[in-house]
Design a protein around this ligand. Structure first.
Ligand code: ZN
Length: 172
């Protein structure tokens, strides 16, 4: 298991996370699952506004019976279903799929929370960016194991220059 991505993807997520600070930033990872190698490849990054609201918090508390969760954009993120639908539609059109989610942790470690785990989907990549005092300081990638526990998933990072060389091939 591994996630292939470029340095540019990482730079964009870190910049987005810094912009969202002190709130959590979020986005969708669009790319390919390779069943043969059990690897995921990130192609397009869709960076989104954090859609977390009190209404979402109330709905979720009803569903998960966890009213004690911190209920602000500084501690939670939510992807608007409209954004999810539109990203999925575009991905299908491009022959791709949603392969994961990115979000940030303001002034906290790049480690999934209990809420992150409750809402996580198997096989998705979960990238978390730690932002301390407005600066992205860490980025980690996680995936659920067979027991619905997060384990680190290795990242294979293509340097920015090499990714640029490959772009004509990808767009042809
Ligand atoms: Zn989180």
């Amino acid at each position: 298991m591994a996630l292939n991505l470029t340095q540019e993807h990482i730079d964009r997520m870190q910049a987005h996370a810094e912009q969202a600070y002190p709130h959590e930033g979020c986005g969708l990872l669009v790319g390919r699952f390779d069943a043969t190698t059990d690897e995921k490849t990130l192609v397009n990054l869709t960076l989104l506004d954090n859609a977390w609201t009190k209404d979402v918090a109330a709905d979720l508390a009803d569903q998960t019976h966890s009213a004690a969760v911190p209920q602000t954009k500084a501690r939670r993120y939510w992807i608007d279903p409209k954004d999810l639908f539109e990203t999925q539609r575009q991905a299908r059109q491009d022959g791709l799929a949603i392969i994961g989610v990115y979000h940030s942790h303001p002034d906290a470690a790049a480690v999934p929370s209990g809420c992150d785990r409750d809402l996580a989907w198997p096989s998705y990549a979960y990238i978390i960016v730690s932002v301390r005092h407005g600066t992205a300081v860490d980025l980690q990638n996680w995936q659920l194991d067979g027991h619905h526990q997060f384990q680190p998933e290795p990242m294979k990072i293509t340097p920015a220059s090499a990714a640029k060389d490959r772009m004509p091939l990808l767009s042809s």
